[in-house]
Design a protein around this ligand. Structure first.
Ligand code: 5GP
Length: 114
């Protein structure tokens, strides 16, 4: 069996994380190396390595993550807005092979991104 990703180990409570939201399909926890005052990773519980591995059956799950982010934004009081980032593959700098959305807030973000 493939080795568990660090995110799967967080989902399975094998390693600690500061969890801010969880439901049957996803979990959200603070990034260990935050790039903004608020930096949370929103992760589906089903393992999907990268965006390129999505199938039609995953469409509901991915849509659900956006609805979860709306809930997180309201619960965390992100009234000034936030940015959602997904890294896919080496050029984007994807480090953990388990699809995740970075949700960052609490400062101004430049455009285009670096
Ligand atoms: P990626 O570059 O794959 O889009 O982002 C992976 C993110 O996971 C990075 O921002 C990194 O700081 C975060 N990360 C890696 N290992 C851990 C960990 O053990 N715990 C937490 N909370 N975040 C992690």
């Amino acid at each position: 069996m493939a080795e568990k990703t660090v995110f799967q180990r967080i989902i399975d409570r094998e390693i600690p994380a500061e969890i801010v939201y969880e439901d049957a399909e996803c979990i959200a926890f603070k990034d260990i190396r935050p790039q903004a005052p608020f930096h949370v990773l929103v992760v589906p519980k089903r393992v999907i390595p990268t965006l390129n591995d999505l199938s039609d059956a995953d469409a509901q799950t991915i849509g659900h993550l956006f609805v979860a982010m709306r809930t997180i934004a309201a619960e965390q009081g992100l009234t000034g807005g936030y940015r959602v980032v997904v890294n896919c593959g080496p050029d984007a700098g994807q480090e953990v092979m388990h699809v995740h959305f970075h949700m960052v807030a609490g400062r101004k973000f430049g455009w285009p991104p670096g």
